[in-house]
Design a protein around this ligand. Structure first.
Ligand code: ATP
Length: 268
């Protein structure tokens, strides 16, 4: 496959200004397996950047290096202006990482959990304002195990927002959600970006990447195969003469589903 990458033309110098993330020649091995094979990319400030790729492509390893959770063997990663390989703790204070809901303590309400997370960062927050932002104000006194799947995902994003992060990492945020809850989460991601934050997202849903991401990087076998806006990648494929077997219609089954059941959330 052709390697399609805009980085050589668009980012000719080594400057990190204007970028939330700068990655150069990043490499990680597990024994003889090369999980991340010398990748380079930049994420612009206020961008929603998607990391796509089949299982085992190296996405999680890459993201965990950027989050300061895993050390690389080689290369450079500058996250929110900090060299994450040199100062991983400093980076952790500037990013938000969406935790899986199973990681939350039972017995505490959503409000109490947010206060607890804020305290871990040495902050005091308006927990109710954060819950309002993620559309969970009515559940403020509930426990996480009483929430629906979509509500859990929104709450995990709320916990990632307590330290006002410059960059938010979302790991497959809509897996298992119904169409209304997925769209609701996309709107939340857009509103978080509108506050001036940058979002790095991994997903296996191509419609999600197409709707939400300004640019995507497609990874496989530890390498980046392509990195461009979704529309540009699709156009490039069409220009090569690709013809899919899809019949173009102005509605799909998801439209039918939403027409019958409405766009509103059902979970509250
Ligand atoms: P998925 O879509 O399934 O989450 P991924 O793109 O996130 O996949 P990684 O989890 O980064 O891929 O894994 C990349 C490769 O590294 C895989 O072959 C995986 O088996 C291997 N790997 C990941 N973590 C470890 C580890 N701790 N020890 C050994 N091998 C690992």
């Amino acid at each position: 496959m052709d390697v399609v990458t805009e980085q050589a033309e668009a980012f000719p110098d080594a400057s990190t200004a204007g970028f939330a993330i700068v990655v150069d020649g990043l490499r990680k091995r597990y024994g003889s397996l090369v999980a991340v094979d010398g990748i380079s990319f930049r994420v612009k400030d206020r961008e929603i950047f998607g990391l796509l790729g089949p299982n085992g492509a190296g996405k999680t390893t890459t993201v965990e290096i950027l989050e300061g959770l895993r050390d690389a063997d080689d290369g450079r990663a500058i996250v929110a202006g900090i060299d994450v390989r040199k100062e991983p703790q400093k980076v952790k204070g500037l990013i938000g990482v969406q935790l899986q809901s199973s990681a939350f303590f039972d017995g505490l309400s959503l409000l109490e959990l947010l206060d607890m997370f804020a305290a871990l960062y040495g902050r005091r927050v308006d927990a109710m304002a954060i819950l309002k932002k993620v559309d969970l104000a009515e559940k403020a006194r509930s426990q996480v195990n009483k929430l629906s799947g979509g509500q859990k995902q929104r709450f995990s994003i709320a916990t990632a927002l307590v330290n006002e992060p410059r960059i938010l990492f979302l790991d497959e945020p809509t897996t298992g959600l119904d169409p209304q809850a997925r769209r609701n989460l996309w709107e939340l991601a857009d509103s978080i970006r509108a506050e001036g934050r940058t979002i790095v997202l991994t997903t296996h849903y191509m419609d999600e990447a197409e709707t939400l991401c300004d640019r995507v990087a497609i990874m496989d076998h530890g390498k980046i195969l392509a990195m461009e806006p979704p529309d540009a990648l699709i156009q490039r494929l069409i220009d090569k003469g690709f013809k899919g077997d899809r019949v173009e219609r102005s509605a799909n089954l998801e439209d039918v589903f939403l027409d019958m059941t409405g766009h509103g959330l059902r979970e509250a």
